[in-house]
Design a binder for this molecule. Structure first.
Ligand code: NDP
Length: 506
């Protein structure tokens, strides 16, 4: 479509050889026990960019054994906060050193723009630094008012061996929302990245080894959800599972983990609304709407895919959103000017297409896009920026995660109606409000059922602020001090002072 801003074929070169990814088990890089491998084809260039070990139950068994042994021996779990913080800071520095290499492989495997990947890796090293600061502030409580002969102490201890299962949309950033916090707590880990994006987690493993993380503390098993993920969630030597991905798999993990009653922490999907009131700074709101829906090609749990606009300004907002959407550079993710890259797989592109056709048949009105995007010279899959108006809250496109560059627009008349629409969702990850009236923003923030509320902004995030969902968007929190708490167990120590205990049998 000529009226869109399409970036085709950058100068950047694809690597001559695919990246070779192996499992990291007990400090050693290993092929799969049965020698199996799989290939990842770049979603934007259609070339094999990674060949990775395809793990099975024997590889998971060896990794969990190593993590359990490392934890129980105490060589990491009983070190001081100072020692752990020092190591985490070293890893942060190594991430900065390798930023370009990590970003390049992230882009090749995920199809996300290289400029965005660079920013994500920078954000990730900051998460390692923040987690290092928490490692030195971890403490429990003391109870000094239980009576003159009693003292109570509440200890915080690392929970133990943690299975980490991560998705393909932000591979390096999401593992960095989990691993440094678990390590700061003193846990050991077995990590499985998505089979579509294994390379950068492997590079992170290399950096952990270079920094001096003891053998068995960080283990990586590559491969598919079944059998690798399932073995990681059912093994009784694992104490906790932390998962980011789809709500469907999250529910399967809760049920798999229930056999051994592990703690499960989940970061799942969202159908995140932004509500626009007529008194808002519409220029800023429209830019944030465009950013919110096209960022990472919409393949984002925080995608602002559901816009709820006051009917007095709805037509104006839709027209201006369409105009701005046409200006967003879609295309080759290796070109530094590109803002929206490829769709992760052809199957996923088909799923996006299915939602758009279903909305059309249900009476919604496609104002822009709604088709695959042809990027000259590239053989991967891309989707046009898409704006759909006249969406009703009972349509699948208003309720389910499309995970593509597709915006649904609904309208409202009153604040109560807007909040009803916001909360009429199975998800509760994030929500936003645009208004110059502080009372409107505060009332919205308090009544929206979402783990994060943005007022007059969208998707600003900080390591200091916790992130996570209500309802079917998840359980538990990452980041902030809560991100460390997730990996801690509470132990009560009750102490009697002196020989004051009255005998039970007299
Ligand atoms: P999944 O939720 O299927 O996968 C996420 C991770 O879980 C991957 O590493 C996957 O392995 C693993 N996994 C899959 N099945 C199991 C299982 N039974 N036990 C343990 N681990 C398992 O996401 P997809 O990648 O398939 O994406 C599908 C949809 O999920 C998307 O269209 C999107 O709607 C949503 N999604 C949401 C994300 C979010 O951040 N909220 C992130 C990614 C996806 P593998 O895929 O390697 O087999």
């Amino acid at each position: 479509m000529s009226e869109l801003n399409v970036v085709s074929l950058s100068e950047a070169q694809l690597p001559a050889e695919p990246f070779r990814a192996r499992h990291l088990i007990n400090g050693e890089w290993q092929a799969s026990a049965d020698g199996a491998t799989f290939e990842r084809v770049s979603p934007s260039h259609g070339k094999v960019v990674t060949i990775a070990g395809k793990g099975g139950p024997r590889d998971v068994d060896a990794a969990v054994f190593a993590a359990r042994k490392a934890f129980d021996k105490g060589g990491w779990s009983r070190t001081s906060g100072k020692e752990r913080a020092t190591l985490l800071l070293k890893i942060a520095d190594l991430i900065d050193r390798e930023r370009e290499r990590i970003a390049f492989h992230e882009t090749l495997e995920s199809g996300k723009p290289i400029s965005q990947a660079m920013a994500e890796i920078e954000g990730a090293s900051d998460l390692w630094r923040f987690a290092a600061s928490l490692a030195r502030t971890m403490h429990g409580d003391s109870h000094n008012s239980l009576g003159s002969d009693m003292l109570g102490v509440v200890l915080k201890e690392p929970i133990g061996v943690v299975s980490m299962i991560t998705p393909w949309n932000f591979p390096f950033l999401i593992v960095s929302q989990k691993l440094p916090f678990a390590l700061a707590a003193g846990c050991t880990a077995v990590i499985k990245p998505s089979e579509m994006t294994p390379a950068t987690t492997v590079i992170l493993g290399e950096l952990c080894m270079e920094a001096g993380v003891p053998a068995g503390v960080v283990n990586i098993v590559l491969g598919y959800g079944d059998p690798v993920g399932t073995a990681m969630t059912t093994d009784k030597r694992v104490d906790m599972v932390t998962f980011t991905g789809s709500t469907g798999v999250g529910k399967a993990i809760v049920s798999a983990a229930s056999g051994t009653l592990k703690k499960v922490s989940l970061e799942l999907g969202g159908k995140n609304p932004q509500v626009v009131f007529p008194d808002a700074d519409l220029e800023s709101a429209i830019d944030a709407i465009v950013f919110g829906v096209y960022f990472n090609a919409g393949e984002c749990c925080n995608s602002g895919s559901r816009i709820i606009v006051h009917e007095d300004v709805a037509e104006d907002v839709i027209a201006r959103t369409v105009d701005l959407s046409r200006q967003v550079p879609f295309g080759d993710p290796l070109d530094p000017s590109t803002k929206v890259g490829a769709i992760i797989t052809a199957d996923h592109q088909g799923k996006i297409e299915g939602y758009v056709r279903d909305a059309e048949q249900s009476g919604a009105d496609i104002r822009l896009g709604g088709e695959a995007l042809d990027v000259p010279g590239l053989s991967g899959q891309f989707y046009q920026p898409t704006v759909i108006a006249n969406v009703q809250s009972n349509m699948a496109i208003a309720r389910e995660e499309v995970f593509g560059p597709v915006l649904s627009v609904l309208t409202f008349k009153t604040l109560d109606e807007a909040i009803e629409l916001v909360n009429d969702a199975d998800y509760g990850l994030s929500a936003g409000v645009w208004s110059d009236n502080v009372h409107t923003c505060l009332e919205f923030a308090r009544r929206a059922r979402a783990g994060t509320v943005w007022t007059n902004t969208w998707m600003d995030g900080f390591p200091e602020l916790p992130f996570g969902g209500m309802k079917e968007s998840g359980q538990g929190r990452e980041l902030g001090k809560y991100g460390l708490e997730e990996f801690l167990e509470v132990k009560t120590v009750t102490m009697r002072i002196g020989r004051t205990r009255a005998p039970w049998v007299s």
